[in-house]
Design a protein around this ligand. Structure first.
Ligand SMILES: [Zn+2]
Length: 116
């Protein structure tokens, strides 16, 4: 892949990474604030654990994405970025633009989803 293109993806990935880190910190902040805002009431406690569950899911999702982004940055450093990790074909440009952290080309992704 052209160096210029890689640089662009790298910038995009780093920006996304910053956003994610911010949103994870924000979610943690919300979780802390929440613990103070609920009273001893039974219903409140139920709501509180539901909200906490939701926050937890958001954080898990964000962390998963963050891991994917870090892996993509490692692949940029290794020079394997943009390559499918299964068939080693180059991942389609459009797919890479939309999901720069993706590890698989569209056909490998589809076949892995079918096997699930
Ligand atoms: Zn593939």
């Amino acid at each position: 892949m052209e160096k210029k293109r890689i640089e662009r993806f790298k910038k995009q990935l780093l920006e996304r990474r910053q956003e994610l880190l911010k949103s994870i910190a924000q979610t943690q902040e919300e979780g802390r604030a929440m613990q103070h805002s609920y009273g001893p009431d039974e219903g409140d406690r139920a709501n509180s654990s539901l909200d906490k569950e939701l926050l937890f899911q958001q954080t898990t999702h964000a962390r998963g994405l963050l891991g994917g982004i870090d892996a993509a940055l490692t692949r940029i450093a290794d020079g394997t970025f943009g390559q499918c990790m299964v068939c080693e074909e180059e991942i389609g440009a459009k797919r890479l633009e939309a999901l720069p952290w993706t590890r698989y080309c569209i056909s490998c992704q589809e076949s892995s989803e079918k096997n699930r």
